[in-house]
Ligand binder design. Structure first.
Ligand code: ATP
Length: 644
């Protein structure tokens, strides 16, 4: 292919711009990103070569080489990893294929300037960081095993790039950064040394550089020869210690090293929230270095997630994202597991079924859950920060990980009718502060705390002093289907079925009142039911309401308003389900309608009032009404009438 000039995808252009403008305070990281990519590429080559030795092309001397050239003003990063085909270059560099990434870039653009570095921290910008220091980047690459096809890619970061075939003797990738005048300091030996030491010391492969030293020649006796002048000696030095950080004893690893390793495995720019480093012995032998991130990754709820736990077998990289190592509800955890039991030639396909992997998974889950339990108990405020980021994901575990249900339910936190802004309550605390008369744990599901607080469904509970949990995450509808009870107290939705809040005496009194109301207003209820037949299942007097006139409730297994809302948001067909309209027998409107009915059961106003009651019930629970025009017309008419 002759040289072609192509345009970066719009999102890439935007991303480049954002990187250059939001990460300027941390420019050194461009080198970390490129070394990290080079190391990943060697990992891949090393793994693929296990089943296809020809990929090695006779060279398994893995290496990342840094070549500063002061005369040319360039810094070169060269690796002998897997390399890329032309199609891969086009796919990986210059385009953003994943829709999630695109929307992330949009979110970044929309965010306030102060938040951008924080946001980009969750994302990782990799290769594009080069353009912070270079005004031209040339990438030459050749895929392992395909000696005939090299690719040369070049860009000045202005929105376009050129791409063409070329020859490249060695497999792997070479990136030449033509440094901007003001960043020539990155050619300095000591600057490069310090960056590698700080950010890339643990990289498993040697990061090498040729070092020139001037010395005076020495005689056979080892003494310097006087008057012989000086000679220049070039020797290749390895700049990093290459120690697999997870294999070292905890006491020897510094906080800084843990942090930098986290950034390498997670491609996150922020520090981790928590580091968990441990070794398991016995039936399953492995070392694990796990991290809980501080912020949720942008692709947490997307199917095509990029990162996960890396799997090594006896220090040899196997796969970048071993999903079988953790259940889905812990998908935000990053890090490395290095097993001593698995065979080196384990295939990625069998990992899903492997018993050793299952054992490791069990032990990782135990460790993560116990770390969280510990944190919750000893450093509650910190736990709360974590919960606000990852609580909705952790809750999925209640539905999917039955074996750990007991542990997981202790980790749950909720807002409630009794928590102040920013405060949460655990199930344990909830039960401890339940008044004696309260038998069940009450909850309401919905979109957010502030709208739920207005719900008429809470009136009777508030009047009794019974706390109600606010379940505001979409996953909560599934959570409550799995978490039926806690400490033998049943969980009960305030908008489902009948509520039983009263003592025996109170019940008797209410029943009496309801009987009387039924006698008095029974035919009115029939009329309302007839009018609203297509929308509701039944009309009855309520035990829930003290102030409001009416509300809608689901029966025990029916669909509530929140579930309908979630299904609609997911573009799913919402099955037809009618709910029950409950009326407050003490409300003046019921009395007024009763009188109207007695005077003239045919009064057409009664039908309008029935419609209004139904619409009111929808509005108070936050469900849009079907015919807002008719509603406003009726309200206006009534307002005029009331003023006459
Ligand atoms: N040295 C390299 N050798 C082979 N492939 C590479 C190399 N550098 C980058 N790539 C390919 O280009 C892709 C994009 O790299 P880039 O650094 O932009 O992002 P990333 O490393 O995938 O992730 P992140 O965006 O989180 O940093 C990589 O996933 C990899 O497939």
């Amino acid at each position: 292919m002759s040289k072609a000039t192509k345009q970066f995808q719009t999102e890439v252009k935007q991303l480049l711009d954002l990187v250059i403008h939001s990460l300027y305070s941390n420019r050194d990281i461009f080198l970390r990103e490129l070394i990290s990519n080079a190391s990943d590429a060697i990992d891949k080559a090393r793994f693929e070569a296990q089943s296809n030795e020809s990929l090695l092309e006779g060279n398994s001397d893995w290496k990342i080489k840094l070549i500063p050239n002061k005369d040319a003003g360039t810094l070169t990063i060269r690796d002998n990893g897997i390399g890329m085909s032309m199609a891969e270059v086009e796919e990986n560099i210059g385009t953003i294929a994943k829709s999630g990434t695109k929307s992330f870039v949009q979110a970044m653009k929309d965010a306030a300037a102060a938040q951008q570095p924080e946001l980009i921290g969750q994302f990782g910008v990799g290769f594009y960081a080069s353009f912070m220091v270079a005004d031209k980047v040339t990438l030459t690459t050749r895929r392992a095993g395909d000696a005939a096809h090299g690719t040369c890619w070049e860009s000045i970061g202005d929105g376009s790039y050129t791409i063409e075939d070329c020859t490249k003797a060695e497999r792997g990738t070479e990136i030449v950064l033509h440094l901007k005048e003001e960043f020539k300091e990155y050619l300095d030996e000591w600057k490069i040394r310090s960056i590698v030491k700080k950010y890339s010391d643990f990289i498993q492969y040697p990061v090498c550089m040729d070092i020139t030293r001037t010395e005076t020649p020495k005689g056979v006796d080892g003494e310097e020869i006087e008057g012989a002048g000086t000679i220049e000696k070039i020797e290749e030095q390895t700049l990093n210690s290459m120690k697999a950080i997870w294999a070292r004893p905890k006491s020897e690893v510094t906080e800084e090293e843990y942090k930098e390793f986290y950034k390498h495995v997670s491609h996150d720019f922020d520090d981790p929230f928590k580091t968990i480093h441990f070794a398991a012995e016995g039936t399953s032998e492995f070392k694990a270095l796990l991290y809980l991130p501080a912020k949720k990754p942008f692709d947490l709820f997307m199917a095509e997630r990029k990162r996960g736990i890396q799997l090594y077998v006896k220090r040899v990289f196997i796969t970048e994202k071993c999903d079988a190592l953790l259940p889905d509800y812990l998908r935000f955890v990053r890090g490395v597991v290095d097993s001593s039991d698995l065979p080196l030639n384990v295939s990625r396909e069998i990992l899903q079924e492997d018993v050793q992997i299952k054992r490791i998974q069990k032990s990782l889950v135990n460790k993560i859950l116990s770390t969280l339990a510990d944190l919750k108990e000893k450093e509650y405020d910190q736990y709360l920060t974590f919960w606000k980021e990852f609580g909705p994901v952790l809750k999925e575990g209640l539905h999917f990980d039955y074996a750990n249900k007991e542990k997981l339910q202790e980790l749950m936190l909720f807002q409630s009718t009794r928590t102040a802004e920013g405060e949460y309550v655990s199930l344990k605390e909830y039960v401890e502060r339940m008044p004696e008369a309260q038998k069940e744990i009450y909850y309401i599901t919905g979109e957010d705390k502030s709208s739920l607080e207005q719900s008429p469904l809470l009136e009777a509970f508030n009047a009794k002093g019974f706390e109600v949990l606010f379940l505001t995450d979409p996953v909560d509808e599934w959570v409550v289907q799995s978490l039926h009870e806690y400490q033998e107290k049943k969980l009960k939705a305030v908008d489902r079925g009948d509520v039983d809040l009263d003592s025996e005496d109170e019940k008797k009194e209410k029943e009496k009142k309801q009987e009387e109301a039924k006698k008095e207003f029974g035919s009115l209820l029939e009329l309302i039911k007839g009018r609203l037949e297509s929308k509701i299942k039944e009309v009855r007097f309520s035990n829930r309401l003290t102030d409001s006139a009416c509300c809608l409730v689901a029966d025990d297994f029916g669909m509530n308003a929140n579930m309908e809302r979630i299904m609609k948001a997911m573009n799913q067909a919402v099955p037809e389900s009618k709910r029950v309209l409950e009326l407050n027998p003490d409300h003046p409107i019921v009395k007024v309608m009763g009188d109207m009915y007695k005077q003239n059961p045919e009064n057409s106003r009664l039908l309008d009032y029935s419609d209004l009651l139904y619409d009111q019930a929808l509005l108070t629970e936050g469900t849009p009404i079907k015919d807002p025009l008719k509603f406003t017309k009726l309200v206006s008419e009534l307002m005029v009438k009331a003023a006459q």
